[in-house]
Design a protein around this ligand. Structure first.
Ligand code: F3S
Length: 433
């Protein structure tokens, strides 16, 4: 890979404070970029990862190799370095923290032991001391980190990556813990994949022939799309009527879980698809698929393939993390109601959004009804469910996809209204649209 003068100086160890860690970071980016066939690096000032986060398992693993301090652990674990570095300097580039595995305010309810919680808090303190912004959400684009079109980023988290590329027109590959940590210290990331114009063109065409009226409709279409195109780029035509942040959020998260979609185009709506010709550019569609009432019905049945008993004991809302609009809607559905005694309702969001929900009184309405508002994590991420859960329900195709695999429960998928009704009655009554 060709390095410019600044990059070469970082690789050589430029004698500046923090040179050791930056040198390790550049070594990592060089190895990574060369393995990918990248010709060069690109500047980034927008990183979303898990820099500084760790677990007691990782701590104990590296302790056997003599790692004693947080900074040493960062160099071994986050930078994949063979040598421990004694001092990690603060972030050179704007970096935010994605979701974690623990909501500190509900650690006991999640079954997190005290020493694990203490270590988690110390990890978060270390991340903050490095200049990492503790957004702690899978939706940074809705919480103070909104990219602009063409901006080069280094993001982890599949649902955020697909939103970044598709809806905002910014550019990122699905990075990992180590590459985002290296980007944080250097402000560089390999220039390949979705950073390049030619890799952002459509490959498959999906003609949508049903109304797209709800978040649930967008979630199902996303699930169908990911299954159909796997890791390639779909171009969706025929979608009329308003989209919204929430609808795209659920579409992208579903497409990234049933397949590995990292970018999509909606003709007339997303920034690189002003027309079908622009979306495909020099590509010709590999296939042209239809998404009509039959496909929608089949998709609904596939997502709900893990639901059997209609006696529901856990409702999970907030995958991806709920927006304030969704919390507002949930609070209206729950106002004056009571969650069934055999059921639990947990709603996940970003801490910044919960703060608004607190101020608007939505948290109180939800908690008065017996629900719990949680932040920083989710059930799939933490593998934490209310004790004894056998049957869950959620309004997220992504969460329905992962929850049975991770936690061995049954899971139903439906609208937010279906889910809140199940929370109140303890019975699943959702139906295919
Ligand atoms: Fe976010 Fe958890 Fe879903 S991290 S995208 S709420 S699986």
């Amino acid at each position: 890979m060709k390095l410019n003068t600044q990059e070469q100086a970082m690789l050589d160890g430029d004698g500046q404070p923090g040179a050791d860690a930056r040198q390790k970071a550049m070594h990592l980016l060089l190895r990574y970029g060369e393995a990918l066939g990248a010709e060069r690096l690109v500047d980034t000032n927008n990183v979303a990862g898990t820099a500084g986060s760790s677990s007691t398992f990782i701590r104990d693993f590296y302790a056997k190799e003599g790692v004693a301090t947080r900074d040493q652990l960062f160099s071994r674990f986050d930078l994949d370095s063979d040598d421990a570095v004694d001092e990690i300097q603060t972030a050179r580039t704007f970096t935010c923290h994605l979701q974690t595995r623990i909501d500190p305010a509900h650690a006991e309810m999640m079954g997190v032991p005290g020493d694990v919680l203490d270590f988690h808090k110390e990890s978060q303190g270390h991340s903050a001391s490095l200049g990492v912004q503790l957004l702690n959400t899978c939706t940074p684009y809705a919480n103070g980190n909104v990219q602009v079109k063409g901006e080069h980023c280094a993001w982890m988290e599949s649902s955020a990556v697909v939103y970044c590329n598709s809806v905002l027109g910014a550019r990122t590959n699905t990075e990992g813990r180590e590459s985002t940590a290296a980007a944080m210290l250097t402000g560089k990331i390999p220039y390949w994949g979705f950073h390049l114009d030619e890799n952002r063109l459509g490959q498959h065409q999906i003609d949508v022939e049903v109304e797209m009226d709800s978040v649930m409709d967008w979630g199902m279409l996303g699930y169908f799309t990911g299954d159909a195109v796997e890791e390639e780029i779909p171009v969706l035509t025929g979608i009329e009527g308003p989209a919204s942040l929430i609808r795209h959020k659920h579409f992208g998260a579903a497409a990234a879980s049933s397949g590995g979609v990292e970018m999509y185009h909606v003709v007339g709506a997303t920034p690189e698809a002003g027309s079908i010709e622009q979306a495909f550019g020099t590509n010709r569609p590999v296939q042209i698929l239809k998404y009509g009432a039959i496909e929608r019905r089949r998709t609904y049945e596939t997502i709900n393939g893990n639901g059997h008993s209609t006696d529901v004991d856990y409702i999970m809302l907030g995958c991806p993390h709920y927006s304030i609009e969704q919390i507002w809607e949930a609070s209206k559905l729950l106002d004056g109601k009571r969650v069934h005694e055999n059921c639990a309702l947990w709603i996940f969001t970003a801490a910044a959004v919960k703060d608004v929900a607190d101020r608007n009184g939505y948290t109180k309405i939800i908690e008065d009804a017996g629900g719990v508002m949680m932040t920083d994590t989710c059930s799939a991420m933490s593998a934490a469910l209310p004790r004894g859960t056998r049957v869950a329900a959620t309004d997220s195709a992504k969460q329905t996809h992962y929850l049975p695999a991770i936690t061995d429960v049954e899971a139903w998928f439906g609208s937010a209204a279906d889910c809140v009704e199940a929370a109140i009655t303890g019975k699943w009554k959702g139906e295919a649209p």
